[in-house]
Design a protein around this ligand. Structure first.
Ligand SMILES: [Zn+2]
Length: 147
């Protein structure tokens, strides 16, 4: 996970998930983007599956821009409330998944999958019908497990 010197920049979502765990794709993922004072980026990826209603997502859903790529500022959002209690993650070096696909980004994919209701998923899908970049080959990169 990004340490204290990283500041939260923004979060966004992809449907279906851009990350896979053991080859499985999930219907939604969130990317939490952090930047440190040196300008280095780190991303925490959260995967979601259909299940029980997720109250922490409600203020995010309510504030979602009505066009893909739009931006909204939330006045209060405690990111910690969104994270699973098990913070185990897979970590690897990669790039941003949207242009300019900046390299040197440290990725942290949490292995605990979160849930959201079918209604919530449909709300995200209505905004983001299909915006996931295909999974990229590792090309010799290693994946570490931490948390
Ligand atoms: Zn992303």
């Amino acid at each position: 996970m990004p340490s204290g010197k990283y500041a939260f920049v923004q979060m966004h979502f992809h449907t279906p998930s851009e990350e896979k765990i053991m080859g499985r794709t999930y219907p939604l993922n969130a990317h939490l983007v952090y930047r440190n004072t040196a300008g280095e980026l780190a991303v925490v990826a959260l995967l979601f599956e259909e299940g029980t209603h997720n109250p922490t997502l409600e203020p995010i859903l309510a504030a979602m821009p009505d066009n893909a790529g739009g931006m909204e500022t939330l006045k209060t959002l405690n990111i910690a409330n969104l994270l699973p209690s098990n913070r185990r993650y897979y970590s690897y070096a990669g790039s941003l998944t949207t242009p300019p696909c900046t390299e040197g980004v440290r990725w942290h994919v949490l292995s605990s999958v979160l849930q959201l209701s079918t209604t919530q998923l449909q709300a995200f899908k209505a905004l983001y019908p299909m915006n996931a970049r295909p999974v990229q080959p590792l090309n010799g990169r290693s994946i570490q497990v931490g948390g």
